[in-house]
Design a binder for this molecule. Sequence first.
Ligand code: 44T
Length: 844
Amino acid sequence: MPNASARPKNGRRSRRRRREDPARNELVSSSLESAQQCLFNQDYGTAFVHYLLVLNLAPMFKDFAKDSFRFTLFKWTEELDSVGRIQDLFDCYEQALELFPADEVILNSMGEHLFRMGFRDEAAGHFHKALKLRPDYPEARENFYRVANWLVERWHFLMLNDHGRNRKYQQAIQKAVQSGCNTVLDIGTGTGILGMCAKKAGAAEVYACELSKTMYELACEVLAANGMDGSIKILHMKSLEMEVPKDIPHKVSLVVTETVDAGLFGEGIIESLIHAWHHLLLPPQQTGVPARRPINSATGRVIPAGATVFGMAVESAEIRRHHRLCVSEVGSLSMSAAGELHSPVSCSSEPDDSMEPYTTERLSRLPGGYKSLTEPFTALDIDFNNVQELEGLSSREVRRIHLPVTQEGELDALAVWFQLHLDEESSLSTGPQEDTCWEQAIYPVHTFFLKPRDELIVEVSCRDAYLRLCSVAVLRDGREIRLDKRLDSQHCENPVSNPNPEAELCSALACLKTDQNQTKDYSMLECSEMALLNNHDYHKSFCSALTKLISQLKVKWQNQERRSGDQLDCSDLFYVLDVSEGFSLLSLIAASRGHVKAYSSVEKKKQQEVLKRLARSNNIPEDHLEFWLNHVEDEQGMLQRPSREKLWSAIILDCVETCGLIRQKLMEKASLARCLLEEGGSIFPAKIVVHGMLVESDTLLLESAVQGQEPTLGFNIAPFINQFTVPVHVFLDFSTLECRHLSESAELFVLDLMNATANYTDREVKVRATSGGRITAIPFWYHIYLDQDISVSTFSQNSHWKQAAVVLQQPLEVQAGDWVCLTVKLHKSTISMTSQRQKELGEK
Ligand code: 44T
């Protein structure tokens, strides 16, 4: 590959010299010819090098060769990708962008590679640039929408729309500045709002830092728009890397921050504050020593001043089905041999790195609700102005808390929230009862049925700067029942004080033994995969549809044999391919139908083991289950014939993502799959019908964009952050969304996966408003038809899918009886909608 940096700059004089240089011209034209020849021969690597040479030597060919160059680049990088030459791949893109820095197609394509490699921030930057260059470029727009949620998380909108929170922070900052905190650092400034509050309150010097590149750039725009770019110094870095005087000239008297997540410590506030106290803040005010000088003149402090964390034991079927296997049979397969299946969120006393200590939910919006089994208890109190206390957190002794059970029920989780004490007077709460938008942290625990006179023993500790909560035991009738899974078996049910040390030793050994077995058969599933296993209807439907298809094919085969006079060959099998993403039992369910050789796309070794164990225990011959990805070399080859002389009887496509969107490239996969089917074979699903409903929901608006015309605390922020608004809200729980239904549910679109001639033009659908109101959103979901009669809905009680909703840019006022015309578009598996009122259509 030529070294791009060694190329001469193309100044005017050198260009003229080049044109006059016959040897150079000769080289350019022969290279151009070679490039074209190599392209024709599909030798993309060499073609690419030739094009690079030509275009660097003779930029005037850029217009002429642009399309071929792009084509070569895409083909060559595809090859590099398939053989894992990632560095080379990105080098090629960089060289291409040096030649065509404003080429939106190259930018977008590089973004796609970056995204696939997990560089989301960078990927998003490329999509954003491509979109700015060509706002009507649909590929870049769709890609941008897919990543916008990661770049600028949706809570930014909630936060900026939370006037109560904004005002409380503003007042606390104002008070601190007016009482003498003159130099301020905003850690994790986001849009810059807290820093701007400090400046507006009169602080002499304001600094801010932000680690996310996107947020940093956004904050720069916001500061400039508010005329504060000269007076607030913003740094693109993590506060932990900041030093005095390198980054800020001296220590500050106030740190303001809201780097807290639902579990309080998840954004690293403890570590940031310890570092800030040692390196960035003036010493704290001595407690107990009366201040002689004006307070805070040479001392430092933090807003928020501290926090109190609360916890409560809850029952929730919704939490349970996402973290525990709740069924003993899945689609007629017995699950008893599955071994231990865990979600990645665990309260294990020895958590490993792959585990998260908590997940988050809004308890008030949990489908099916929740039941409190104990009163809320104080889990922790922390003073952010006391560095010794912050440092001591990790070494604090594990605290055991005894909680009287107040209501009987299944113990599923410990829910956690907190009060953030901004100063002595003012605080914010993230509690489930409050009228706030904040989620609670959920620590799923080992399920146990609690009775009213029980006492639940919870352990609270702080490890790796995370708060950890674990329910360890239940006190019932004077006996302590251990809840840790590892000590869960019968032998481990110890009386509170075991008078017999020998018996204690025996039971400890017994536990050790179980422990070993469990480690062996232990496998982790994503929460959505766990919920999928628990989705009885889904598996039952697949089971029926597969049984039906196979019996139809059997009849067909038998008829053919009768006609041809051949004997039925018992070794002839039906071939079924399951290309579901992640863990899926569908291949096994297919294999259990008899006369089926099934191919699973499960990739993880541990999960393959689970399937093998289940096959054995369900009497499925070992050679009737294969792992497809062990056979194919690369993902591109995912859809192939089972073998040279065979075709598939069924191909199972995983068509909807958990978030509620249709999977990318579904239609391409379906058309490929159709070609690989034997006659009479089928793709599952055969058809997808999109359903939707008109609703009025302020909640959805608040989570989608900063609302209203009023500036936020007097600052101009909304237009900047709202650039990251996306038209489709994902991961929606439509069943618990606060909203008014303004229509019945309606069929919006049909995707016919079995039909090769289906033509997906825009579709106009008329929906009648059943009540008057403002349509702000159109939640949508899918009826997935496995065949003509059997379907599953992605909006059902046990669904492992969430729903999605189109959020309208402008709410649409309607009256009962009005007709609304929706234009539904499908572009590359992405559904979009626009709406219009059609009063004049009247009743028909
Ligand atoms: N919390 C709201 C907002 N960052 C989440 O890159 C508050 C949520 C909330 N930058 C319950 C209650 C509430 N140095 O942009 C992000 C992040 C950045 C840093 C520089 C650092 N050490 C950090 C750490 C984080 O700060 C921004 C905000 S952090 C996420 C805040 C009532 N649930």
